[in-house]
Design a protein around this ligand. Structure first.
Ligand code: GRF
Length: 202
């Protein structure tokens, strides 16, 4: 299953996909990794795995529309079945999101629909939440609002900080994101009428 992964940072979720595919747990082919930041460590991870990389700096574009159009052109050269957002810190235009409707996934560090947007760990602590977690969802034009595919949760303890909580959530991410990608690659996970469906017979 040809996949393009978009990143902006460390790329630990990208690494989880690379590792599981090398271990034969995931039958995917990551054709390219694209970052909007030249310094993203995930680009190094991709190079080490022999995956082609592209850097597309959003600051060199006059508008979000122009950036997204160029990004789409690069992605579509690879004709991917799936686009995976793995810490890609850009708000997407509606045109871009619609172009990949049903074939673009994101991972968000909260139990959606709670805590869309940034600083989710601190916001969950400040709200005295007992539980926090992570969600994998299909991307829709509205930020962090697409159909949820699966979630994993962890408890918030009194000594948790945003950093410690981020660590716990990251560990969950590295388990559930490859799982969702596996389902998609096996054509068991589909997007129908705005919802995520998992075919349990396949
Ligand atoms: C993760 O916390 C993910 O949920 C969020 O961005 C972070 C990416 O981490 N969307 P990494 O770059 O994969 O390490």
């Amino acid at each position: 299953c040809p996949i393009v992964v978009l990143i902006s940072g460390s790329g630990s979720n990208l690494q989880a996909l690379i590792d599981q595919s090398l271990q034969g747990q995931l039958n995917i082919n990551i054709c390219a990794v694209i970052s909007n930041k030249a310094q993203a460590y995930g680009l190094e991870r991709a190079k080490m795995a022999g995956i082609p990389t592209h850097t597309l700096d959003h600051k060199s574009f006059a508008s979000r529309e122009e950036f997204d159009a160029e990004l789409q052109a690069i992605i579509d050269q690879y004709q991917p079945k799936l686009v995976v957002l793995a810490g890609f810190m850009r708000i997407l235009t509606e045109t871009f999101a619609k172009h990949y409707e049903g074939r673009m996934l994101n991972i968000h560090p909260s139990l959606l629909p709670k805590y869309k947007g940034l600083n989710t760990h601190q916001r969950a602590i400040d709200a005295n939440e007992k539980e926090h977690g992570v969600s994998v969802h299909f991307v829709s034009p509205e930020l962090d609002a697409g159909a949820v595919i699966l979630q994993a949760s962890t408890s918030i303890t009194t000594d948790d900080t945003a950093e410690s909580l981020a660590g716990k959530v990251h560990a969950l991410e590295h388990t559930i994101y490859p799982l969702a990608v596996k389902w998609f690659s096996e054509e068991r996970l589909t997007f129908q009428n705005g919802k995520a469906f998992l075919d349990t017979n396949a």
